[in-house]
Design a protein around this ligand. Structure first.
Ligand code: 8ID
Ligand code: ZN
Length: 350
């Protein structure tokens, strides 16, 4: 039976704090499902939402969260292809119109009228969350719901970003922000896709994790390197730099360095969204090296299914720590300081 009230983490005003309190359990509309969220990852996007970092306002009050893994407990009358008891994921893209040009061509993240979990609609930092049935990710029953949670944003996003980079098996990719949530998964997806990886981040804990656990063949510490551009290029055997750069850092500087060390004909993929940041690249080198610089934004439903399939096949193992939903503020404090190696996952029952 579905309770009338539930525990949730609620933001009353931009800048916080988050308030752990009881709120009503919502009722799904005709094309929606109600998901009993068991676990939710905490993405840096949730912290950007709390801090009001972006030029797009959030709803208020707001329940954040968009890496929710759980069980369908009720559904609207139009929902035919999701069953009660199915395991599903609630993603950043909670819903889209399904009829615009972008939705028609499977570019639904570009829909001009998206519903964004934990941003424009309430998200997964609650026990019961609503999502459009057409957009929930299908999770096979044998996949653990705690470990799959970070895949539902971080995993999908980096998998899509790697595909968008156009790199081929055997080529080199630099992951910038390798020690964080997206970065740790990016190394695992890159390895599973046959790529060779350079991790860029800072600190011995993240270095050890990248080299010993996640599959980076080289690690460059951005805080201690005397010449980052040279060090990254030197990590490739011919010294010409990585074929692609995946930027998942939350800092403007690396967005201005990547074009300098990427290999000629290479691609810089921007994914991280630091507040107020601008891209910068030298025109001369960008031209004579024929560089591509592009953005990549989450993934469509097919990318999502593929990212989950890689995980289900046992190819993706990234570290995560589980704490109670009630401890979200502690996770935000650590994230703000850059102290999290990997991902935190919240157990909504605690
Ligand atoms: O679809 C999208 N484009 C999308 C999807 C999901 C998340 C974008 N994002 C964005 C988030 O909003 C956030 O801006 O990706 C960014 C990374 O999210 P995250 O992985 O959840 O953040 P994190 O766990 O805090 O990791 C960030 C890492 O960056 C490192 C930090 O040390 C940390 O490990 N870092 C920083 I800050 N500056 C760096 C630098 N100069 C750096 N690493 C290398 N060089
Ligand atoms: Zn996210």
């Amino acid at each position: 039976t579905i309770p009338k009230e539930q525990w949730a983490q609620v933001i009353e005003k931009t800048g916080g704090p988050v308030d752990y309190k009881k709120i009503p359990v919502p009722t799904p509309a005709s094309d929606e499902v109600l998901v009993n969220i068991k676990f939710s990852g905490v993405c840096h996007t949730d912290l950007h939402a709390l801090n009001g970092d972006w030029p797009l306002p959030t709803k208020l009050p707001l329940v954040g969260g968009h890496e929710g893994a759980g069980v369908v407990v009720s559904r609207g009358e139009l929902v035919k292809d999701v069953e009660i008891g199915d395991h599903v994921g609630v993603k950043w893209l909670n819903g889209s119109c399904l009829s615009c040009e972008f939705c028609q061509q499977s570019d639904e993240p570009l829909c001009p009228k998206p519903l964004l979990s934990g941003y424009t609609v309430d998200g997964t930092f609650q026990e019961y969350c609503i999502a459009k049935a057409a957009h929930v990710a299908r999770i096979p029953k044998e996949v653990p719901l705690d470990a799959i949670a970070p895949v539902l944003c971080a995993g999908i996003t980096v998998y899509k970003g790697l595909k968008e980079s156009g790199v081929k098996p055997g080529q080199w990719v630099a992951i910038v922000g390798a020690g964080g949530g997206l970065g740790s998964l990016a190394q695992q997806y890159a390895r599973a896709m046959g790529l060779r990886v350079i991790g860029i981040d800072t600190g011995d804990a993240k270095k050890k994790m990248c080299l010993e656990q996640l599959g980076s063949e080289a690690f460059v510490d951005f805080a201690t390197s005397k010449n980052l551009v040279k060090d990254v290029q030197a990590a490739t055997p011919d010294g010409l730099g990585p074929h692609a750069v995946i930027l998942v850092a939350v800092n403007e500087k690396p967005f201005q360095q990547a074009a300098e060390y990427v290999r000629p004909r290479g691609t810089v993929v921007c994914i991280g969204l630091p507040a107020g940041a601008y891209l910068r690249a030298p025109v001369f080198e960008s031209v004579i090296k024929m560089i591509t610089i592009k953005g990549s934004y989450v993934g469509n439903r097919k990318d999502s299914a593929e990212a989950i399939e890689f995980f289900a096949r046992g190819l993706i193992k990234a570290p995560f720590q589980v704490v109670g939903l009630s401890e979200l503020q502690m996770v935000y404090d650590k994230m703000q300081k850059g102290e999290i190696a990997g991902r935190y996952v919240l157990d909504t029952s605690k």
